[in-house]
Design a protein around this ligand. Sequence first.
Ligand code: ADP
Length: 577
Amino acid sequence: MDISRRAPKPPQRPLTTTMHDSGTLRRQQPNKPSTPKASDALPLPLYLTNAVFFTLFFSVAYYLLHRWRDKIRNSTPLHLVTLPEIAAIVSLIASFIYLLGFFGIDFVQSFISRASHDAWDLDNHHNFLIEDERDPRRTPPQQPQPAPPHPEPLISTLSSEEDEEIVKSVLVGKIASHSLESQLGDCKRAASIRREALQRITGRSVQGLPLEGFDYASILGQCCEMPIGYVQIPVGIAGPLLLDGFEYSVPMATTEGCLVASTNRGCKAIHVSGGATSTLLRDGMTRAPVVRFASAKRASELKFFVEDPVNFDALSVVFNRSSRFARLQSIHCSLAGKNLYMRFTCSTGDAMGMNMVSKGVQNVLDFLQTDFPDMDVIGISGNFCSDKKPAAVNWIEGRGKSVVCEAIIKEEVVKKVLKTNVAALVELNMLKNLAGSAVAGALGGFNAHASNIVSAIFIATGQDPAQNIESSHCITMIEALNDGKDLHVSVTMPSIEVGTIGGGTQLASQSACLNLLGVKGASKESPGSNSRLLATIVAGAVLAGELSLMSAIAAGQLVRSHMKYNRSSRDMTKISS
Ligand code: ADP
């Protein structure tokens, strides 16, 4: 029996911990938030103190009853007590108080919390009824009230009397908060005033959210509206990742302990085994408008028209007018009755390409309207694209960059670096990533934690984090080689959506991370090569992450390593004070 894979023992207290594939160890709160209990304050393990006091209580009770019977038999007055009897009485009282405190308070607490939850449920139920039924006889919904003031003091960042006046104008509605940038012509000042107005309206401090040290002009009209500050996310470095003969230091923005360390270990295993190899299978961003006709017959006429190779050249000329970099590759149609969904696919150079493809689609729709005047354009996006939603079409057809990345890991590396063995990894992959995901009805989720690595690189390099959904589609294969001595590991990712120009990629920090990878901005020599390289690096890093997490699970190390990296031993009360 492989004892290394045994599940960790459940902890003693009812507060249990759960391990997620994402690598996070979290406290479970099955139905309701756990309330602190008096017993939580005990210095010794609970099972020990319970056992001691139980034993004490029953043994002294037995002793005293025994003594009582003897005294009655010998006609000794009951109030004459010896020293051992006094000690026994004190012990009985002490253990009784302990047991009452422990079980009694729990018992009482269960009633109190049940009552408060019932009240909460009733309140919410009532609110839902008001929302859903719109019954005029019910109490009219309350006007939203600002949250009650927080005890934390509101610290102003305003620098002048003039700013104070503008804050007051925002508060009384004379100046719209969203127009501060255009009215003041100073993005940082606008953010500072908006932030101050927000603090006063809500009565809540945002002191921990930094204001200084950010170029607010760089996000104007591009990345974020109505800024009041920025969130700091640490960037760790994994690598070097040896991919296609080149070394990359991979920046990962994350607050999840263990993730960078684990990916780093995977990079090491790949490096000492000679590196990974990637292949870009296809590169095409998609957009699928939905158009409606009076009949399904008419909708199918347009389908046949756009899918006819004879018409492709004319349509691609119209489409490609949208940008120097947009090149139409295909149009794939699907019908739902009299509604037609046309999935346009095009290459987009180094841009992730959503704007580009949308512009091209608009050109084609305008063009088609001449021959199909009865075509009713319902929406430029009809969800057959499919952007930022789990969808089989991306998993099967691909979206953005489709990449496969592989490595052969030598047996001694599996043992020395990954601390497991080939057979255990192959078996775990089969039962977890393949069979387990099939049991779960997964869609593109045949992997251990691809989204962990994808999200961390996306945030570091200014990609759209919402596209992590389809970009994390991945099937991880782990197969034995050379009679089970070596390991072939691969990740196949059909829809990695990345760009190195546009969106958040041009911001200073994100651009620095792209620069570190050597893929900053648009490639002058070969447009599209930077974004394609970035997609292969994402896949290479996912390969490293998969290898390391799978090994940790196979070796039964997952809980131990998370306790080390996710659980700081620092006294948080001292840090906060
Ligand atoms: P997206 O389509 O990903 O939303 P944007 O439209 O925001 O991207 O940015 C792409 C812009 O960058 C376009 O205006 C395009 O003309 C320009 N551009 C310059 N060089 C390149 C390149 N090599 N690849 C793609 N776009 C480029």
